[in-house]
Design a protein around this ligand. Structure first.
Ligand SMILES: *Cc1c(COP(=O)(O)O)cnc(C)c1O
Length: 373
């Protein structure tokens, strides 16, 4: 009866698409240990190196000692603490919005917001390259899903013009696209949303140090990347947040975040506020690597951020290069279908402010050696 499982695994393997976990036994700064060997990690979303920042560790330990680890219940039952509320206030301040609500993950934040805002009289209009959590949320909502080609504003405008039969229209876009590292044309999107009386929502999971645009109605973000913790959030008007507390099923029917995870995110927000060199350091590192990689004649697509893809094409070749880099002590994951379209497999570098010049030069010289072959 369950033969299909074996068959599917075998066909994934034949196609070079079988995914396997790598086991990290130690992690410190931009280094990880796997099978007893140390690697430079170029595929973590810990963009500012805050996951093991002393203040993040200290504050979360302090809160574990005070509250224990688990929240013990959903937020609306008995899982809501002053730490959750302090974090929500800090996120509202950070995003320059009236209020914010935290979810257990960014995935759940997208799920909760999109499914509770829309029903079958509505439409949700998204960029083709939006993150899987947005796509899943759209599928789970009863709204009609409409997709426009990547960053194609003329196509978005056309869809909006033809969508006046819907009661509510929601445009959703990644602010920084997670596999390409380019930035959404938020000004144009906000303008189109205004013209057509649609709502605009951005997913800021990978947006580090970008201006907050006050005309975005709904901001989604994660605590799991730049903030080095775990969790997701939605920020917006007080009414929006009150609505979500009542309607978002992924908020209501799940246990609240561990208070220590909230504390870690608060400490990360403190560090970002105090240390004004972190975001520029990330920018410098990203610019340096992109320039050096382009000098090797490699295609980094339209990357404008700390996410730097190197387009390879075929999945098996991508995995071969990823393995060869791994042999040289460099950890970069290969990205294959279904995460990216067929024929667009790539290496995907995530730069961190914690990367040293020496580590980046090591990456560049290894890439040079491998691509000259
Ligand atoms: C990672 C990511 C998410 C999900 O965030 P988690 O907190 O990891 O669940 C959502 N959107 C985008 C664009 C992401 O890259």
């Amino acid at each position: 009866m369950m033969d299909f499982i074996q068959q599917e695994l075998a066909s994934l393997k034949t196609a070079g698409l079988l995914r396997e976990l790598r086991t990290i036994s130690k992690s410190k700064g931009s280094k990880v240990v796997i099978n007893g060997r140390e690697y430079i990690n170029f595929c973590s979303n810990n963009y500012l190196g805050l996951a093991d920042h002393p203040k993040v560790i200290e504050k979360s330990l302090e809160i574990i000692k005070e509250f224990g680890f688990g929240a013990g219940a959903s937020r609306l039952i008995s899982g809501n603490t002053i730490i959750h509320e302090e974090l929500e206030n800090r996120l509202a301040e950070y995003t320059k919005r009236e209020a914010a609500i935290v979810f257990s993950t960014g995935y759940m934040a997208n799920l909760g917001a999109i499914t509770s805002l829309l029903d079958d009289n509505d439409t949700v209009i998204i960029d083709r390259l939006n993150h899987a959590s947005i796509i899943d949320a759209c599928r789970l909502s009863k709204a009609k899903l409409q997709v426009y080609p990547h960053k194609d504003m003329a196509a978005l405008a056309k869809i909006l013009i033809k969508s006046d039969k819907f009661k509510n229209r929601l445009i959703v876009t990644d602010r920084v696209f997670s596999m390409d590292g380019d930035i959404a044309p938020v000004l144009e999107i906000v303008q189109l949303a205004k013209e057509h009386k649609a709502m605009a929502m951005t997913d800021q999971a990978h947006a580090v140090g970008l201006e907050q645009n006050e005309n975005i109605d709904i901001i989604m973000g994660t605590l799991s990347k730049t903030f080095g913790s775990l969790g997701g959030y939605i920020a917006g008007s007080q009414k929006l947040i009150d609505f979500l507390k009542n309607k978002a099923r992924s908020f209501i029917y799940t246990t609240g975040l561990p208070p220590a995870a909230c504390a870690a995110a608060i400490a990360a927000l403190d560090v970002i506020k105090e240390d004004k060199s972190l975001v520029p350091k990330l920018r410098q590192n990203s610019d340096f690597l992109q320039k050096e990689i382009n000098k090797l004649g490699l295609d980094t697509m339209d990357s404008e951020t700390q996410i730097i893809p190197i387009m390879i094409g075929e999945a098996d070749q991508t995995m071969t290069i990823s393995k060869a880099l791994f042999d040289k002590g460099i950890f970069i994951s290969g990205i294959r279908p279904p995460t990216v379209p067929k024929g667009q497999s790539r290496l995907r570098i995530s730069v961190s402010a914690a990367h040293t010049m020496e580590e980046m030069k090591c990456l560049v010289s290894s890439l040079q050696e491998l691509t000259q072959k």
